[in-house]
Design a protein around this ligand. Structure first.
Ligand code: DX5
Ligand code: ZN
Length: 223
């Protein structure tokens, strides 16, 4: 099994001191930084764009995992690539020409991921799965931090793991939404190796560093 990586989502960070917050999670052992881009159309909320990705890029050498919750993401891939994204993730539901969009990400020399909303079946990825570096299972409906984990997502991760094994595909399984020390062990046991966490990290009582350490510690417990 691949080593589990922790990806703090800066959506829940204090943007008055973003650089410092990123430094804190990096010191505590975070593996990548997850950046949530929302356009107010694909999801109801509006967040950040390439400018903030650029600022995050200057704050850390960790890989930046950029989750595009926007319509027509193909129009902005080059902007996010030059802002410093290392992995670019697009939603299956936002891409009628998903194969082409994935190829475009690869042509920019970036890793490509596809995200599935809770209601989107994993079978919708069968024709592109061999091309992907990551598949991100949303375990909440995207748009906001701090929502409750949808329990059936654990089964979905397990089914995705099976599909990847059957196909001999290499994509890593990422999960996003409601991940905390209570939900993390079961999704890892099901096959997830990339854990996104917003409120569990940046809302942790002892601060973001403590949030990362508590999440890491939970992984050595039985689900
Ligand atoms: C939700 C975003 C998540 C969000 C997760 O649409 O994609 O990355 O930051 O937040 P938590 O971990 O609080 O559910
Ligand atoms: Zn996200």
């Amino acid at each position: 099994m691949a080593a589990v990586q922790i990806l703090p989502s800066i959506l829940s960070a204090d943007f008055r001191c973003l650089g410092q917050q990123i430094a804190e999670v990096e010191q505590a052992g975070a593996d990548r930084i997850h950046v949530d881009v929302m356009d107010g159309r694909f999801v109801p909320n509006i967040t950040i764009g390439p400018l903030v990705v650029e600022a995050a890029r200057k704050s850390t050498s960790l890989p930046l995992d950029v989750h595009l919750m926007i319509v027509e993401p193909e129009r902005y891939l080059a902007d996010f690539a030059s802002a410093g994204a290392d992995i670019i993730l697009v939603h299956q539901e936002a891409c009628p020409h998903l194969h082409r969009t994935v190829e475009q990400i690869k042509q920019l020399d970036k890793q490509a991921g596809v995200v599935l909303n809770p209601s989107t079946p994993i079978t919708s990825l069968e024709e592109v799965i061999d091309l992907l570096d990551q598949v991100l299972i949303m375990s909440v409906n995207p748009g906001f931090g701090g929502q409750r984990f949808i329990g059936s997502s654990t089964q979905k991760v397990r089914r995705l793991q099976r599909l990847l094994q059957e196909r001999g595909a290499q994509a890593a399984i990422e999960i996003d939404g409601g991940i905390d020390p209570t939900t993390a062990p079961a999704v890892v046991a099901a096959g997830a190796s990339l854990l996104v966490a917003g409120s569990a990290v940046f809302g942790a009582p002892g601060g973001p560093g403590e949030g990362v350490r508590r999440l890491r510690a939970s992984l050595s417990q039985e689900p």
